[in-house]
Design a protein around this ligand. Structure first.
Ligand code: NAI
Length: 505
């Protein structure tokens, strides 16, 4: 079904952070928009705030003055809900409460025409439950924008059990016409983004709890090796621990306490203490004016490495070999099972086993594991872990080799899957399960994670790049090392590996 024409009247209910942003997006796209809030004066104030904010964009040369005037002229504060009767689409962005939203939808159903689409910006309630009991539940749909709505590209178009395909398609096309990147998803807890993103926070939290490294070091690895914009600790400090912890608890509860979503006691402690992050001045980091910038742990190199031996292919880490060659280090290639030898050291990409396990199982002495990097030809830092018997000399040789390539080394405690590898494997696993359960297509899931939370690559495309057998092996090894349900591989991942296929062919 086609997008709503720009002649279609749009209504937005709730003039808070989200409602105001959504109204602005629709008005910028050319619609006449009525904004209503039960608190008198709120809608008018929100329109004034939009005008001021667009004014700043005009001043900085980012927006034409005419566009600002036209956008604001299309926004109108509605004095009553009855004023919304002529709308073709109503988007509610009121308080996140099922009963209050249901009451509002029932009121709208009585008020608006039979063709009017009723959309909810809910981020956690079931669209199926919102529509239950309505005369025409087929016209109720989720239209989940991300904060701030004028900036974030993603819109999750959420179909409840009764939502008609035509309605979901119309909202999808309309969001695209508004310049957004829409994805289709089913009404399941967390939809796509709030579900698939859980391991991003959970794995760093667990690594911290296990003493793998400091927050600053783990964050640096997620940025400089993983190519994420922010690490989990700086990001949750920004989001607010109360908000982030509540989303995790809500997803955990909604999936009947599936251990994959288990909340972190460490984060609960922060919430209990009122250390909510930036907004309270203290989270994992301190935001006090005199706070010192936390230092990132790294090893210094003090030997020369002229040659190394590569046995077989390093798989997902093969780009490192190119980087080593480009640094002028001689690489001798031999057959083998994916090891790199530098002096006494044996280097391997993490496969989800601890270095001590792998050293013992494969009879490798002086083993140094390296963490995953999104692109080894560009990474500026890598995580390392050593088996207990690995000599300081061997570690120094690896650190020196990497330093010559322009890569800093941060040593982690010997935990399974280090930090980037275990996080990306778990993100891909959750994305695979979401695809298995028809929460979205592989393409939509990847798009949602890039456009909704700025991941450098969709988790499924990333798993394809790493190699699905490697991802599966990593998860199997994590599950065996921890003995926990949390790391159980998705059936879809296992099936893809058995078929020899990929998520994106
Ligand atoms: P907010 O608290 O900033 O704004 C809500 C507004 O709705 C308030 O102005 C309030 O006066 C008004 N309101 C409450 N009940 C009403 C009713 N019965 N009729 C008319 N107006 C009513 O909340 P925010 O953050 O804008 O969230 C709104 C919705 O968007 C919620 O469902 C939330 O879950 C969802 N959402 C929030 C995101 C966020 O990052 N804040 C992101 C995506 C979705």
């Amino acid at each position: 079904m086609q997008a709503l024409s720009t002649q279609a009247q749009i209504a937005v209910i709730g003039a808070g952070a989200m409602g105001a942003g959504i109204a602005q997006v629709a008005a910028q796209a050319g619609h006449s928009v009525k904004l209503y809030d039960m608190r008198e004066g709120s809608a008018a104030e929100a329109i004034e705030a939009i005008d001021r904010q667009l004014g700043k964009r005009v001043e900085s040369g980012k927006l034409d003055a005419d566009k600002r005037t036209a956008t604001v002229a299309r926004l109108q504060a509605a004095g009553s809900i009855e004023a919304l009767a002529d709308s073709s689409l109503v988007i509610e962005a009121i308080v996140e409460n099922l009963d209050v939203k249901r009451k509002l939808l029932a009121q709208l159903e009585a008020l608006c025409s039979a063709e009017c689409i009723l959309a909810s910006n809910t981020s956690s309630l079931s669209v199926t439950a919102l529509a239950a009991g309505m005369q025409h539940p087929e016209r109720v749909v989720g239209m989940h924008f991300f904060n701030p709505a004028p900036v974030m590209a993603l819109v999750e178009v959420v179909s409840g059990l009764a939502t008609s395909t035509a309605v979901a398609q119309c909202i999808h096309s309309t969001a695209a016409a508004w310049g957004k990147k829409p994805v289709h998803t089913r009404s399941t807890p967390g939809f796509i983004v709030n579900r698939v993103a859980r391991p991003f926070y959970a794995e760093s939290l667990r690594a911290l709890q296990e003493g793998a490294a400091s927050c600053a070091t783990l964050d640096a690895l997620m940025r400089e090796a993983g190519a994420f914009r922010m690490g989990a600790f700086e990001l949750t400090d920004l989001i607010g621990h109360d908000v982030n912890y509540a989303v995790t608890c809500s997803v955990f509860n909604a999936y009947y306490n599936d251990m994959r979503f288990q909340p972190s006691l460490m984060q609960k402690d922060l919430v209990d203490a009122g250390h909510l992050g930036r907004k309270s001045g203290q989270g994992f980091y301190s935001y006090a004016v005199d706070a010192q910038k936390p230092s990132v742990d790294e090893l210094s190199a003090d030997c020369q490495v002229e040659t190394c031996v590569v046995e077989g292919s390093l798989g997902a880490a093969q780009g490192l070999v190119e980087r080593i060659k480009a640094a002028g280090i001689k690489v001798i290639q031999r057959d083998g099972s994916g090891l790199l030898r530098a002096g006494d050291a044996v280097v391997a990409l993490s496969d989800g086993r601890m270095a001590c396990q792998r050293s013992q199982q494969e009879g490798l002495s002086n083993l140094v594991l390296i963490d995953l990097a999104k692109d080894y030809t560009k990474a500026t830092r890598l995580g390392l872990a050593c088996a207990k018997g690995t000599s300081g000399e061997a570690l120094n040789q690896v650190v020196s080799l990497l330093a010559k390539c322009g890569i800093k080394s941060s040593l982690l405690t010997d935990i399974p899957g280090l930090v980037v590898m275990r996080t990306v494997a778990m993100l891909a696993n959750e994305a695979a399960d979401a695809a298995l359960h028809n929460v979205g297509t592989a393409a939509d899931i990847d798009l949602a994670m890039c456009a909704g939370v700025n991941y450098p690559m969709g988790p499924l495309a990333w798993a394809d790049q790493i190699g699905l057998p490697t991802v599966l092996k990593t998860l199997d090894n994590l599950q065996s090392a921890y003995g926990e349900e949390r790391y159980r591989p998705s059936l879809l991942l296992r099936r893809k590996v058995a078929e020899g296929s990929r998520f994106h062919d």
